[in-house]
Each structure stands twice: as structure tokens, then as C-alpha cells.
Design a protein around this ligand. Structure first.
Ligand code: URA
Length: 292
């Protein structure tokens, strides 16, 4: 008697074909796997076995926190997202570093890296949660239905991610750079692995302030734990690279698509964002006139 759950290859193929016909487009495990811990363990075992056979373990590479070249894709770089991120000197280098950063398990199930969009000189940076299906396909943040709504909201306050006029430009990114399978909530370890790159992006892009779209980026950047309905619309702060940066949180466009009546709250937040941009511009203009 066959007491296992084994099935023949033909039966497996038949079931798989049926699932694909029903619209399945990815394979999910029941539980997220912490590959960061698994690869740390592998590294430990490799070091121990090198020592055990009398081999000389490699001397650790000297790393400067501000080296200009990116490290090769070796175990060291895989293990230390902070070190990898801190070596980057431009947004292009961060994108390159993310391409060789293999420790985040989400990368294995995603189709594309989804780093950022918009103009690097923008005065304001919008930070969302994680890419969805459309973003995963196109490799750009906020290009699906939520992105289309975000574009309309930006346009309503005179901003446009496609503009490189600094008065209109907007920079858009997420706290997670690869789509979580089935759009599940990213685990803490997945989010923590991306944070050094998020922080370095903020340091290098240097916006005047940040707009968090939804609770996840607000909580990650401020350490606050309350929900978005409580924290939205108020000026908060985050510490990035020794600099205190103003930050405001608003409702995520995906939430607004589900709860259109809440758009009035988001509209208030966007008017606040517009006012802040205008006020800062006014101060900058006065300083310029004084200096002339
Ligand atoms: N939702 C997000 O938070 N980010 C995206 O890029 C798309 C949808």
C-alpha cells in the first residue's frame, strides 16, 4: 500500500497544467523562509570546515564605508546590506548593488528589481511599501492601478514623476525592492534587509522631506507603531545619516482604491505637502533676493 503522498509524474503534470489554466502564476511556500539566517549558517560552516582541513581562512577584506567601487558578489557582500549600501556613492550604484545583493529571499521569487522612479533632483521623495504584480513585470514602482491613482494625486498638486523640472519633479521608491509572492506582507527580516538601501537612497537623493505612502514606510522610518489613520497628515521626523529629515505620512493609494470615501483625507495631506513646498520655495527665493 502506498502510504506516502507521492503521485506519478504524469499525474503531477496534469495537476500543474490544471493550476496554470486556472490562473496560477507562481509557487508559494506555506511559510516564508529566512534565507538570510540559512546563508549565515552556511558561511559559518564553510569557515569552520576550512579551518578543520588546515586551510587558511581568507583574511577579511578591508572595507571602507565610503569606497567608490562596489564589491564583487561574494559571501561578504551578501551578508552585509549596510556595508554594501554605505559604499554606494550614487543612486545608480545603489541600483547596481541591489542587483548583486542576493540575501533577500524575495529576489528569488520576483521577476525584476523594482528600485525607484522619478527625478533624482526632486525636492520630495514618496516612499511606498512593496512592488505588486505590475511593478514586478515592469521593474518600476507604482505603475499599476495604485500608481495611476498616485500620478493623479501628484498632478493635482503640480507634481509629475516624469518631469525633470525641479519645481514639478517627484522621486518615488519603496521600502521593499522585490515583489513579495502573492503580495503577502513582507517579513521583518525582509524589510530590515532592504532598509540600509532605503536610508542610503534618502541620503544620496537628499529630498527636502519624505512622504510615506501607508503605514509600513512610516513605521520603518520613524519607529512609531501606531496605524496610518492616527499618524497621517502630521509632520514627523526621521534621522538619516546624522540629518533630521521632515516626514509626513498619508494613506496608501491601494487603500484609497478600496475606500474611496477616504480620498478627502489624502487630499488634505496632499494640500499640506503643496503648502510645505511653497513655503520652502518662498524662503529660498527670499534668501536668493537678499544675496543679490
Ligand atoms: N504599492 C506599493 O506600495 N508600491 C508599489 O510600487 C506598488 C504598489
Amino acid at each position: 500500500m502506498n502510504t506516502t503522498n507521492e503521485i506519478s509524474a504524469a499525474k503531477a503534470l496534469e495537476q500543474l497544467t490544471w493550476l496554470i489554466e486556472m490562473g496560477a502564476d507562481e509557487v508559494l511556500g506555506d511559510e516564508p523562509v529566512d534565507r538570510f539566517a540559512a546563508s549565515a549558517k552556511r558561511l559559518q560552516q564553510t569557515t569552520a570546515s576550512t579551518a578543520a582541513v588546515g586551510g587558511k581562512p581568507c583574511a577579511p577584506r578591508k572595507t571602507s564605508t565610503r569606497a567608490t567601487t562596489l564589491p564583487a558578489n561574494n559571501e561578504e557582500s551578501v551578508q552585509d546590506p549596510r556595508q554594501l549600501a554605505n559604499r554606494c556613492q550614487s543612486l545608480a550604484e545603489i541600483e547596481q548593488a541591489l542587483k548583486i545583493f542576493d540575501a533577500c529571499p524575495l529576489k528569488r521569487t520576483a521577476s525584476n528589481l523594482c528600485y525607484a522612479d522619478g527625478d533624482a533632483n526632486a525636492r520630495v521623495m514618496f516612499i511606498g511599501e512593496a512592488p505588486g504584480r505590475d511593478e514586478d513585470i515592469q521593474g518600476k514602482p507604482f505603475v499599476g492601478r495604485s500608481g495611476q491613482l498616485l500620478d493623479k494625486m501628484l498632478s493635482a498638486i503640480g507634481l509629475d514623476r516624469a518631469s525633470n523640472d525641479v519645481a514639478r519633479a517627484a522621486f518615488i521608491t519603496n521600502v521593499i525592492y522585490w515583489r513579495p509572492p502573492g503580495n503577502r506582507k513582507p517579513t521583518d527580516s525582509e524589510t530590515l534587509m532592504c532598509m540600509p538601501f532605503v536610508e542610503r537612497t534618502i541620503e544620496l537623493q537628499g529630498p527636502e522631506f519624505i512622504v510615506c505612502l501607508g503605514a509600513t514606510p512610516m513605521q520603518r522610518l520613524t519607529g512609531r507603531t501606531e496605524g496610518i489613520l492616527k499618524s497621517r497628515g502630521r509632520w514627523l521626523e526621521t534621522e538619516i545619516g546624522g540629518r533630521t529629515m521632515p516626514l509626513i505620512a498619508t494613506l496608501h493609494p491601494a487603500y484609497l482604491l478600496r475606500q474611496p470615501a477616504q480620498k478627502r483625507l489624502a487630499w488634505r495631506d496632499f494640500l499640506e505637502i503643496r503648502q510645505r513646498l511653497d513655503a520652502k520655495q518662498l524662503v529660498a527665493d527670499v534668501v536668493e533676493v537678499d544675496n543679490d
